[in-house]
Design a protein around this ligand. Structure first.
Ligand SMILES: Cc1cc2nc3c(=O)[nH]c(=O)nc-3n(C[C@H](O)[C@H](O)[C@H](O)COP(=O)(O)OP(=O)(O)OC[C@H]3O[C@@H](n4cnc5c(N)ncnc54)[C@H](O)[C@@H]3O)c2cc1C
Length: 558
């Protein structure tokens, strides 16, 4: 079974680097991350493999879902310790710490068990939505219970005919005489849509009111509790759970709403606006799933590579473990440098969210899509490092690849994130947000100097040229621009990670204290700038290739 050791020194270093001191007392943040990391490694991590093997059980006669053994107890401990509400305002029962702290905690919890972490994550999303859009009366009834984690929340968007195209949803809401609504329809793939961790589940459901305009303009958001205020059971039930590739312990439910009682949040047809409020948080949280799993996979790979002896290592004594083979080193440095880049990107995004900085809007699709693609790539490399044993279930290493895979798909597929980036984010504030980032990359490149500075300057220039080309293409032939969206997201994400790792290299150079730790920080950043960044700079021709090569073969011949 794999274990998890929270990388507290790395987390603390990253918190400092992204400017945690602007948001509060950094020592307190590190203490919280340390204590929570201990909880994750001791209470949650041991359940990860068990949850994968056991999965969840669905009872078709009662429509109940039972989680894996130990899950309920661990969740109760999580709630009792007050971990769920660390970053919410004290008025609603929270701890008042910045979202940055929850982001670091999410990294730890995902590393311990992504399937477990999903339940609090969805609840946190529900809190964000209700906090901003619900009436004072609704907030009074729901928020404290959700902030504490005593109740859990769900997000109900997806239907069989409405996945990426949320505007195609057909669930209906009819007004009732008492001012509430009756919801009818079916939602699929609802994470923790039914479970036994808590009694109450608060479903946030997107539906259409009568005469709603078509598409996303006609979507309204409703609160549909599993139990109504008088204690009776609402007409929402789970009619099945999915059997899936990974996150087996997280129930993925089909929910049927059969004239279920719902309360409208805000005005009719404003549901998408409400969803957008929580989207930056939720997308960042999903990106952090990539970071967390990558950390766990890396730890597994290093532990195995230190022990496994196989073939004589060139340039080393006989009997030296595989960790000294240059090609194994290559994989470990790829993993390590990407993890540090992803962590900085995620934490920097969280700081921007905390500060209400529009940079958050630009960074969020990067933090979501790049970190989940890279999370998968890192998990893949972990299996590779562990060799045949990595492919065998009992080592627990292949689980990371299966678990993390969904993160590139849900909360807006990574393709949709790339479209969001080029369609909405490049021109944020008239393009100033991106221009500021590019200019700061240039300053960091100058300070760095040497090959590291040169590589960063080159990618900054590619970011700029790519954006210019995409803007023009988007205006003249959007199909050309859309063809370059995903390579551009990768280019820009790697550039931002390179920029932040450039700052890491500078901080490590200037720092004093643990010399070995600082040298490793510098070496990791240097590897990324010298070896990873140039590969992403080379994506520019793919960004500007247009759609012609993609369309060259008719769909019928593909
Ligand atoms: C385990 C799991 C948990 C989930 N949890 C939840 C949940 O809690 N709540 C919830 O509401 N939903 C949930 N989902 C649903 C999830 O959000 C959707 O699966 C996702 O949005 C993609 O929709 P889809 O599966 O219909 O894929 P599709 O939309 O059919 O996409 C298929 C492919 O087409 C691409 N594509 C689609 N449209 C475009 C476009 N305009 N441009 C370019 N490419 C495009 C996509 O990028 C993708 O590659 C979950 C799904 C799973 C599997």
């Amino acid at each position: 079974m794999t274990t998890y050791t929270p990388p507290i020194d790395d987390i603390a270093f990253a918190l400092e680097l992204v400017g945690a001191d602007r948001l509060g007392d950094v020592d307190t943040m590190v203490e919280v991350a340390t204590e929570f990391g201990r909880f994750c490694s001791q209470v949650i991590a041991p359940l990860n493999r068990l949850g994968d093997e056991h999965g969840v059980k669905y009872n078709p006669s009662t429509h109940a879902v039972t989680t894996a053994p130990g899950w309920r107890e661990a969740y109760a401990k999580y709630v009792d310790a007050g971990w769920n509400g660390v970053s919410y305002s004290p008025e609603i029962g929270g701890g008042g710490l910045p979202w940055l702290v929850t982001t670091a905690m999410q990294e730890e919890m995902n590393a311990a068990s992504m399937a477990f972490s999903l339940c609090p994550m969805l609840t946190q999303g529900a809190v964000h939505l209700l906090e901003t859009h619900a009436s004072p009366e609704q907030r009074a009834r729901y928020l404290e219970h959700l902030v504490s984690g005593e109740w859990t929340g769900t997000m109900n968007l997806t239907e069989p005919g409405a996945g990426s195209d949320v505007g195609a949803l057909t669930t209906k809401a009819e007004p009732a005489r008492d001012g509430t609504w009756r919801l009818r329809g079916q939602k699929i793939f609802i994470t923790y849509g039914e479970h036994d961790l808590t009694d109450q589940i608060v479903h946030l459901v997107l539906a259409r009111v009568p005469d709603a305009p078509p598409g996303t303009k006609g979507i309204s958001c409703f609160i549909v509790p599993k139990f109504l205020a008088d204690g009776s059971r609402n007409a929402v039930r789970c009619i099945g759970v999915e059997h899936k590739m990974g996150i087996h312990a997280s129930p993925t439910c089909t929910l049927e709403f059969d004239d279920a009682v719902g309360e409208l949040i805000g005005d009719p047809n404003t549901g998408m606006r409400a969803m957008f409020t929580m989207m930056n948080y939720a997308r960042l949280s999903v990106g952090v799933e990539g970071v967390g799993i990558a950390v766990r996979a890396y730890q597994d790979a290093v532990a195995y590579a230190r022990e496994r002896v196989q073939t004589r290592v060139v340039g080393r004594e006989p009997g030296t473990a595989i960790i000294e083979h240059p090609d194994v080193r290559r994989m470990l440095m790829q993993m390590r440098s990407h993890i540090e880049g992803m962590r900085l990107l995620a934490y920097r995004t969280a700081v921007a969210i905390d500060e209400g900085d529009p940079l958050a809007d630009l960074l969020t699709p990067l933090a979501k899509a790049w970190s989940t693609d890279i999370g998968s790539a890192v998990a893949y490399l972990a299996t590779q490092v562990v060799g045949g044993m990595g492919y065998i279930r009992e080592t627990g290493v292949e689980q990371h690849e299966r678990d993390v895979r969904i993160a590139a798909i849900y909360e807006g597929t990574n393709g949709i994130q790339a479209i969001d980036l080029i369609g909405r984010k490049l021109d944020l504030d008239g393009g100033k947000t991106l221009a500021t980032v590019v200019s700061e990359m240039g300053s960091t490149a100058n300070e760095l100097g040497g090959t590291e500075g040169a590589r960063l300057a080159e990618i900054a220039s590619a970011v700029e040229s790519g954006a210019d080309w995409l803007r023009e293409a988007y205006a003249t032939d959007p199909r050309d621009a859309l063809g370059g969206a995903t390579p551009y997201l990768r280019l820009l994400s790697t550039a931002v990670a390179g920029w932040l790792l450039g700052q890491q290299a500078l901080k490590a150079r200037a720092g004093s204290g643990d010399d070995a730790f600082l040298a490793a920080k510098h070496a990791t950043a240097s590897f990324f700038l010298n070896q990873v960044v140039p590969q992403a700079t080379a994506l520019l021709p793919s960004v500007t290739a247009g759609a012609a090569s993609l369309d060259a073969i008719p769909a019928t011949s593909l």
